[in-house]
Design a protein around this ligand. Structure first.
Ligand SMILES: NC(=O)c1ccc[n+]([C@@H]2O[C@H](COP(=O)([O-])OP(=O)(O)OC[C@H]3O[C@@H](n4cnc5c(N)ncnc54)[C@H](O)[C@@H]3O)[C@@H](O)[C@H]2O)c1
Length: 253
C-alpha cells in the first residue's frame, strides 16, 4: 500500500472554496488528509468536497464566516464530530479590496479587512489550540502576503496592514505553542494568478506585474499549495515562527 503523507490526519482549510485554499484542500486530501472545506460561499465549498470525494478522498463542507466566533466554534465542532480531532489548520481565508488612497478608505472597509484577515486568523487559531495542545501536536499555517512584508500594488493600506498583523500573530502563537509541539508558520505569496487578483485588477496590470517578476510569471494556486503542504508535513518539523516567501523572486529579502 502507498503511504500518503497525511493518512489519518484531519485538516481545516479556511476559504477553500476556490483559489489557493482550494488547491491546498485538494492536495492535502490527495495525500490522505480528511479535510473540512470552509467557505462563506456554500456552492464553492460543496463543489470542492465533491471533487475530493470523486478523487477518492474524504472531505466535509462547513459554510461559515471566519470572523464570527460562533461560526468558527461550529466549524471546529464539526471537524471533531466528523473526524475526531484537528491536526492541521490552514488560515487561508482572506479578502482584498482594490488599492485606493488611504484617505479614501471607508472605516467599514478597513474594519471588514481586519475582521476577516486578522480576527479570522485569531479566532480559528483560538478554537483549535485546545485540541492541538491536548494532542501535543499540530500544524498551523497562516496565509499572509508579500504585502505584509513590503507593500502591494493590488491592495490598499488596509490590506498591507492586515497581512503584516498576521506575521506578528504567527510569531507570537509559535512561541506560545512550541512547548506543545505545535508548529506555526506564515506564507507570504507574491502575485498569484487567482480569481482574487483577477477580480481586483486588469489584464494590463497583471502583465505589468508579470514583467517585474524575475521568474517571468505570476504564481499558481498549486505553487502555493505545495508550500503549505510542506509546512503541514513532518518534513518541516524544525520550522516554526517563520515567514516563507513565495513570489518568483519579486521580493528578495
Ligand atoms: N492571489 C494572490 O496574489 C495573493 C497574494 C498574497 C496573499 N494572498 C492571500 O491568500 C489567501 C487566498 O487568496 P486567493 O487568491 O486564493 O483568494 P480567493 O478570493 O480566490 O479565495 C478566497 C476564498 O475565501 C473565501 N472567503 C472570503 N471571506 C471569507 C470569510 N470571512 N470566511 C470564510 N471564507 C471566506 C472566499 O469566498 C474565497 O472562496 C488570502 O488570504 C489572500 O489574501 C493572495
Amino acid at each position: 500500500m502507498i503511504h500518503r503523507r497525511f493518512d489519518g490526519e484531519v485538516a481545516i482549510v479556511t476559504g477553500s472554496g476556490r483559489g489557493m485554499g482550494k488547491a491546498t484542500a485538494l492536495t492535502l486530501a490527495s495525500q490522505g488528509a480528511r479535510v473540512v472545506v470552509n467557505d462563506i460561499r456554500a456552492e464553492l465549498a460543496q463543489q470542492v468536497v465533491e471533487e475530493v470525494r470523486t478523487a477518492g478522498g474524504q472531505a466535509v463542507a462547513y459554510v461559515g464566516d471566519v470572523s464570527y466566533e460562533s461560526d468558527v466554534s461550529a466549524m471546529v465542532a464539526l471537524a471533531i464530530q466528523e473526524y475526531g480531532t484537528v491536526d492541521i489548520l490552514v488560515n487561508n481565508a482572506g479578502i482584498l479590496r482594490a488599492t485606493r488612497p488611504l484617505e479614501t478608505i471607508p472605516l467599514d472597509e478597513w474594519e471588514l479587512m481586519m475582521a476577516v484577515n486578522v480576527t479570522g486568523v485569531f479566532l480559528c487559531t483560538k478554537a483549535v489550540l485546545p485540541v492541538m495542545k491536548a494532542n501535543r501536536s499540530g500544524k498551523i499555517v497562516n496565509i499572509s502576503s508579500s504585502a505584509g512584508r513590503s507593500t502591494s500594488t493590488f491592495g490598499g493600506a488596509h490590506y498591507t496592514t492586515s497581512k503584516a498583523a498576521v506575521l506578528g500573530l504567527t510569531r507570537h502563537t509559535a512561541r506560545e505553542t512550541a512547548p506543545y509541539n505545535i508548529n506555526v508558520n506564515a506564507i507570504a505569496p507574491g502575485s498569484m494568478d487567482t480569481e482574487m487578483v483577477r477580480e481586483m485588477s486588469t489584464p494590463e496590470h497583471m502583465e505589468q506585474e508579470r514583467q517585474n517578476i524575475p521568474l517571468g510569471r505570476l504564481g499558481t494556486a498549486q505553487d502555493e499549495a505545495n508550500l503549505v503542504v510542506f509546512l503541514c508535513s513532518e518534513e518541516s518539523s524544525y520550522i516554526t515562527g517563520a515567514t516563507i516567501d513565495i513570489n518568483g523572486g519579486d521580493l528578495m529579502i
